[in-house]
Design a protein around this ligand. Sequence first.
Ligand SMILES: CCCCCCCCCCCCCCCC(=O)SCCNC(=O)CCNC(=O)[C@H](O)C(C)(C)COP(=O)(O)OP(=O)(O)OC[C@H]1O[C@@H](n2cnc3c(N)ncnc32)[C@H](O)[C@@H]1OP(=O)(O)O
Ligand SMILES: NC(=O)C1=CN([C@@H]2O[C@H](COP(=O)(O)OP(=O)(O)OC[C@H]3O[C@@H](n4cnc5c(N)ncnc54)[C@H](OP(=O)(O)O)[C@@H]3O)[C@@H](O)[C@H]2O)C=CC1
Length: 513
Amino acid sequence: MISAFYNGKSILITGATGFLGKVMMEKLLRTSPDLKVIYILVRPKAGQTLQQRVFQILNSKLFEKVKEVCPKVHEKIRAISADLNQHDLAISKEDMQELLSHTNIIFHCAATVRFDDHLRHAVQLNVTATQQLLSIASQMPKLEAFIHISTAFANCNLKHIDEVIYPCAVEPKKIIDSMEWLDDAIIDEITPKLIGDRPNTYTYTKALGEMVLQQEGGNLNIAIIRPSIVGATWQEPFPGWIDSINGPTGLIVAAGKGFLRSIRATPMAVADLIPVDLVINLTLAVGWYTAVHRPKSTLIYHCTSGNLNPCHWGKMGFQVLATFEKIPFEKAFRRPNADFTTNNITTHYWNAVSHRVPAIIYDVYLRLTGRKPRMTKVMNRLLRTLSMLEYFINRSWEWSTYNTEMLMSELSPEDQRVFNFDVRQLNWLEYIENYVLGVKKYLLKEDMAGIPEARQHLKRLRNIHYLFNTALFLIAWRLLIARSQVARNVWFFIVSFCYKLLSYFRASSRLKV
Ligand SMILES: CCCCCCCCCCCCCCCC(=O)SCCNC(=O)CCNC(=O)[C@H](O)C(C)(C)COP(=O)(O)OP(=O)(O)OC[C@H]1O[C@@H](n2cnc3c(N)ncnc32)[C@H](O)[C@@H]1OP(=O)(O)O
Ligand SMILES: NC(=O)C1=CN([C@@H]2O[C@H](COP(=O)(O)OP(=O)(O)OC[C@H]3O[C@@H](n4cnc5c(N)ncnc54)[C@H](OP(=O)(O)O)[C@@H]3O)[C@@H](O)[C@H]2O)C=CC1
């Protein structure tokens, strides 16, 4: 039923080149190959034109399965040049006309997801662009539904979060206006006051974005999806696909490569991870439900795992490390072994001993061998990332999921199977193993044939580690003996004790003969 609904439709997706957007395009094309067209708003980036970007995406591994059911996949995608940083989204007149007269459904995924983005930029992307898209949407006569992707952490200043829009202290309109005339220095100064007890500009501006939808949605048929921490695919189009380094993925890479040795995290805090294919299944089901059933008010759907099938960071970390034993990453800096600490002092200690000192030693080695030092820079970046993510790995939240569960009960058995978003069916251990494997294959693009060599490399690292520790112990001991009478006495006692033990064994073996 849901598949049939999208057939013949013209669908507009923003953020289609991003992590969620790609999985959404793939699923739509695979399950509704007779859809009319998918308009995607794309900007040229990294020296590539939009056509080159789209070509690269459609020819990637993710889209291999789609081509079996929809060979003319290229013809179904219409890339429209746009920049959400620009006031009018920088869409040409002709393209705008086409969008206005044909679009049936909008999925608004584009956003800045950087936690440290400057407030001005975060407001432009996550608030102003949403406002402008709403204004465009309100001129679309054929529009049936406007689906907005927010985040479950938009209200992370609360402990229990319901499927409602919570107001922010300052009206989004006022924030948008002030960003026009305030200079960067003043914005920097007021940012902590505005974001209040939220940890970053991302969560704050996503909350403002929701308010804009509520206040300026007019008669539009709107729904909001709030996913928690989005991870690799669970089942579709195949398990473990991921190409984004955001969230836990960057830390999995850092742990697997041996950079990440210690992390300030609460092992019993809920790791509210949710697979990306599950998020997309829910989103497409919401698109159908919103368009067909036209709920009286804007419904919000939490796409979270914690209340239905909880996993904890401790369990996740353990399983990630266990997977590295089977599937090691190539060219690791050290053997993967990341510990969780919960206290500030041990965090500082391990950061110094396990992160900074090895980086400095390695950079000295690089310098001595005539190469450019780089490890300290990598470590600094890792520590900065850790400090940004810590907020989310030391707390647990409760999200109510009434609307999501209501929607599940509205689906036919066939739709429940094809657009499965029932997280209770997910086996975490299996999922995390596939996730780590997917990070190796699809993000790091490492060949599975290289696993024996990666294992050998880890063995060499282990031997170097033992050798290094022994040498360090002997040097420290030698220095201690040279300086301390007590250490000398202990040393003398140990040596004479060993000597006596040896003499005793020798004498007793002679007596036996
Ligand atoms: C033992 C294990 C335990 C595991 C335990 C895990 C616990 C983990 C809890 C997480 C909990 C999160 C909960 C969030 C819930 C939301 O709603 S999340 C939305 C998702 N958003 C994020 O995750 C954004 C977080 N990241 C950031 O804000 C920024 O990356 C940081 C952390 C500020 C770092 O910024 P930065 O140092 O400037 O680094 P950045 O430029 O971003 O990237 C560094 C490199 O990665 C590359 N890169 C960046 N993005 C990408 C991408 N998407 N794809 C590919 N490459 C990329 C860049 O190109 C760059 O490479 P170079 O150009 O230097 O060669
Ligand atoms: N990933 C996660 O863990 C979570 C994500 N979400 C939400 O899901 C949505 C998608 O996130 P995700 O796919 O991970 O994010 P990505 O960073 O992977 O993708 C962001 C998308 O937005 C586009 N975009 C950014 N700036 C502009 C711009 N100026 N003009 C046009 N397009 C732009 C990007 O285009 P380009 O490729 O050109 O940069 C990209 O397609 C977001 O709304 C996010 O808040 C919610 C919860 C968790």
